[in-house]
Design a protein around this ligand. Structure first.
Ligand SMILES: [Zn+2]
Length: 424
């Protein structure tokens, strides 16, 4: 018996296909061929801020135990399946397949995976590592997919992870409107949330399990464990046939893309978690985006809650100078604009006290007094009592925001971002 790790990536285009579907077909074929799949196949989301990412930005890894004489047949089957299903006519689709025959995953490969998820890696780096650890790789066209393929093999999901059950449409329905019973999704959510999550956007009542792209996915159910995912899948009524379904173990909803950092460490195309003090008040800019600035001992940086984050912006608007926050988000450079953290989540750690000078309260009537004129102190409209100008009071204005963690709504959330339902 031999242990074989199979990884592949970059088979989809914006107009169709999905690497998870290629994975589902490969898995079914592996089972038909008598391979034993170890644990669950893995769906690994990669750095969501990198410009060369694929649409869904996910890679697939499958670990199997097989008879020695099957190894070559299996490798050929995987290569054939990727070649037939990948959208090779698209310039930006550059599949890569990696095989690693080994029981153990080298430490270097694990570190490489972390880098691909949080940082940027070149095809050359991937190739060099593959050669060094004795992994076989196959490049279609320029083969950028070998980066994700290797990363998926090396990400063992030994810390935080979730599951996703994905159901696929028959080819004749792909590209058409998805037909599923809304009510059944609400019911499923009622019975299984928060062990399943992101089924529904609570602000818009929009169903979140169905994508809006022409890909083969009918729906995907995210869950803390595979059993509830399958149970939830049985509760969803589809008005169209399901070709096949698969359960992946995944780094979705784990915040694995986020690195803790100081402001001076921030680089474009990556995601960070930064603790800082609000040093410029939130303001609304053209397009309905909200921008504010934070500082730490290394510098200052803009943070943005963009328009699609909707109600989250209203919370951000309540921040004041001096508040201590921890912000999570990605950085994508925009021409002529300073680097900006695109907020995914925000923890309000400490609220500053907002003090305001106010006219004194009349000691007799308990009503707020009026100014008696410039430099003339205060007078009560009611009883005419007068107080000198130094009777002015300084009062604390109550804050309308509470300490705690806030997140963007599901519709604006990244696949990798950990939802509050998984934290609280
Ligand atoms: Zn009075």
């Amino acid at each position: 018996m031999k242990r074989l790790h199979i990884g592949f990536d970059d088979t989809d285009s914006k107009d169709g296909m999905c690497t998870t579907y290629v994975g589902a077909v490969v898995i079914d074929r592996l089972i038909e061929m008598g391979a034993k799949i170890i644990d669950y196949p893995r769906l690994i989301r990669l750095n969501p801020n990198w410009i060369l990412k694929t649409r869904g930005n996910c890679a697939i890894a499958i670990e199997v135990e097989v008879e020695d004489d099957l190894i070559v047949k299996i490798k050929n089957m995987v290569l054939d399946t990727v070649e037939k299903l990948a959208e090779l006519d698209y310039e930006t689709t550059n599949p890569g397949v990696v095989f690693l025959e080994s029981k153990n995953i080298p430490e270097e490969l694990r570190a490489f995976s972390r880098k691909v998820i949080q940082d940027i890696v070149t095809i050359d780096e991937a190739e060099e590592l593959a050669k060094k650890i004795g992994a076989e790789f196959f490049k279609f066209k320029i083969g950028r997919g070998i980066i994700g393929a290797l990363a998926a093999i090396g990400e063992r999901l030994e810390e935080d992870f979730t599951y996703e059950l994905i159901a696929y449409r028959v080819p004749s329905n792909r590209g058409k409107e998805r037909r599923i019973d809304r009510e059944s999704v609400f019911k499923m959510n009622e019975l299984t949330y928060p062990i399943t999550f992101d089924n529904i956007d609570p602000y818009t009542n929009e169903i979140r399990i169905t994508p809006h792209t022409p890909c083969p996915i009918l729906y995907g159910i995210r869950a803390e464990n595979p059993f509830i995912a399958e149970k939830a899948h049985r509760m969803v009524k589809a008005f169209e046939p399901i070709e096949r379904w698969v359960i992946y173990k995944t780094n979705q909803a784990t915040d694995e893309h986020i690195k803790s950092a100081k402001i001076s460490d921030v680089q474009p195309y990556r995601s960070f978690s930064i603790k800082g003090e609000v040093c410029e008040k939130p303001r609304i800019i053209a397009g309905g985006h909200v921008i504010f600035k934070i500082k730490d001992d290394s510098g200052s940086i803009d943070c943005a809650a963009y328009e699609p984050t909707r109600k989250f912006r209203e919370i951000v608007m309540k921040l004041a100078i001096g508040d201590i926050v921890r912000v999570n988000g990605g950085v994508k450079p925009k021409p002529n604009l300073p680097l900006t953290i695109n907020l995914e989540k925000m923890e309000v750690i400490r609220l500053s006290r907002i003090l305001k000078k106010l006219n004194p309260i009349c000691p007799l009537c308990k009503k707020r007094m009026k100014s008696a004129g410039k430099e003339k102190g205060f007078v009560c409209k009611n009883c005419k009592k007068k107080l000198p100008k130094d009777a002015i009071t300084i009062e604390e204005i109550p804050r309308s925001i509470k300490l705690g963690v806030y997140e963007v709504p599901p519709r604006a959330r990244r696949h990798l971002a950990k939802p509050l339902s998984r934290i609280l």
